[in-house]
Design a binder for this molecule. Structure first.
Ligand SMILES: CC(C)(COP(=O)(O)OP(=O)(O)OC[C@H]1O[C@@H](n2cnc3c(N)ncnc32)[C@H](O)[C@@H]1OP(=O)(O)O)[C@@H](O)C(=O)NCCC(=O)NCCS
Length: 260
């Protein structure tokens, strides 16, 4: 355990350019949190000491009170772990973290299931998790990967990758950029809203065409295919609606084709 403490202090100097002296570093909340966690985790794993889990919890909550960093005592954290700034970090019970991982404030390693099984992420070694990132579920982040600030990662990330955005997408792998579209977050901040607006425009267009047919039965046949709404990933809620509108459009086109 003391080896771990020593390594935890050493990495602060390696990872934080602002760290000047050991006294300064000892004031870091991120360092306190990992010290407390190493003790709490020991207690959590002690099989034959009665009440050890309770005391592990007490230490963990005390650490949370002092630092704003909540690490469940069950979380398995490797050597050289450093949380810079710290406030708002949450690390769940079944999370596993490799060696030399750097994490910033506001990160969550959370679960998406209420079942009592492995439900939190596994983080490889030498991973950087930027401020505000949320990594959810029993997924794996490969060694040497980087998770961008405010990303929400829901799927496995291969080693040597950079993942950014919501939902998180791998944009760099082994130093090579792999998905240009994934970076266009600014262009599409409201994908569901955009999808609904597109559906509304489509239904208005269909209604107009139907009204023309009903009016005199000899309307000019619109050969134009209306705009498609499949440019964006539709959510499960929108997909059936989109399908119905597409069917309606097909039937209307057939009807228009039969007109004199
Ligand atoms: C992701 C990160 C770790 C850099 O990783 P990297 O592998 O060096 O990636 P790059 O900087 O080359 O970025 C790759 C692409 O992702 C984009 N990107 C980077 N971070 C992003 C983010 N958080 N959200 C959305 N896109 C992001 C970049 O704009 C770049 O796109 P471009 O090629 O079109 O310019 C870094 O950008 C990051 O998020 N750092 C935050 C660190 C932090 O939390 N600091 C707080 C200190 S208090």
């Amino acid at each position: 355990m003391f080896d771990n403490f020593r390594r935890d202090i050493k990495v602060v100097f390696e990872r934080d350019p602002a760290a000047r002296s050991i006294w300064e570093v000892l004031t870091y909340a991120g360092l306190w949190a990992i010290f407390y966690h190493r003790i709490a985790h020991r207690l959590w794993r002690a099989k034959y000491a009665p009440g050890s889990k309770f005391f592990a919890r007490v230490i963990s909550q005390w650490s949370r009170f002092l630092t704003g960093i909540e690490i469940h005592p069950g979380a398995n954290i490797g050597k050289g772990f450093f949380i810079d700034h710290g406030m708002g970090v949450v690390i769940g019970e079944t999370a596993e973290i490799g060696e030399d991982v750097l994490m910033y404030h506001g990160v969550t390693l959370g679960g998406v299931s209420l079942e009592k099984r492995k439900r939190h992420p596994t983080i490889g070694s030498n991973v950087v998790i930027a401020a505000g990132a949320k990594i959810l579920g029993a997924i794996t982040i490969g060694d040497r990967s980087k998770v961008g600030a405010n990303a929400v990662v829901l799927k496995d990330v291969p080693p040597d990758s950079t993942v950014v955005g919501i939902p998180g997408r791998v944009v760099v792998q082994n130093g090579r950029r792999i998905d240009a579209q994934a970076l266009d977050h600014g262009a599409n901040l409201d994908p569901e809203g955009e999808m609904l607006r597109c559906l509304l425009r489509k239904s208005e267009e269909l209604e107009k065409r139907l009204r023309v047919i009903e009016a005199d039965g000899a309307a000019p046949v619109s050969a134009t295919v209306g705009e498609t709404c499949d440019v964006i990933d539709a959510t499960d809620d929108v997909n059936p609606l989109l399908k119905r509108i597409d069917e309606l459009e097909d039937r209307l086109r057939t009807l228009e084709g039969k007109l004199p």
